[in-house]
Design a protein around this ligand. Structure first.
Ligand SMILES: [Zn+2]
Ligand SMILES: [Zn+2]
Length: 168
């Protein structure tokens, strides 16, 4: 996603609207994202403040994530903000990102925004039953035949005793 800067050069005080859209198909930079269902949209302004270029935009997109329990796809809208100050290489200070030429690649800023917007916990539903720990079946789709009864080790000896009694 490229931000064109040329029309603001030497125009102190000028502010222009910015609208950018880009479909992201390669999710390798986004380990939690299965796929982008909508293009990433950025809408904001770019302003020249004494040859410091102030970019402020709101971004949004829609992605498929995976349920933490059953791995089913979960649709989520992600909203984020980008606020950055840019200056030409050699004219910046500690508060600015530098650039050369007449455009700025926003990929890193977009990626940072999206990664921050990802939820910590993803569930397809609060009642998701998850996967069977034995056979891996999605328990939301029905039960399996596995015995997953948890046996408290403290009662194991008691149970053995009981079984022995039964066999006698
Ligand atoms: Zn689930
Ligand atoms: Zn099972």
């Amino acid at each position: 996603m490229l931000l064109g800067m040329a029309q603001l050069f030497s125009k102190n005080g000028l502010s222009i609207p910015v609208m950018l859209t880009e479909q992201i198909n390669d999710t390798s930079d986004y380990p939690d994202v299965v796929e982008f269902l909508q293009p990433v949209k950025l809408e904001g302004t770019l302003k020249n403040e004494n040859e410091t270029f102030v970019f402020e935009a709101k971004g949004n997109t829609e992605v498929n994530l995976r349920c933490d329990r059953c791995l089913a796809p979960v649709r989520k809208e992600l909203c984020f903000e980008i606020k950055e100050r840019f200056a030409h290489t050699g004219r910046g200070n500690e508060e600015t990102e530098t650039f050369s030429g007449d455009q700025i690649d926003l990929a890193d800023f977009v990626r940072r925004g999206i990664l921050c917007a990802l939820p910590m916990k993803v569930l397809c539903s609060d009642h998701c039953k998850g996967l069977c720990p034995v056979c891996g079946k999605n328990l939301n789709e029905g039960v399996c035949e596995c015995d997953t009864t948890y046996i408290d080790p403290r009662f194991e000896s008691l149970r053995t005793l009981f079984n022995v009694d039964e066999e006698v």
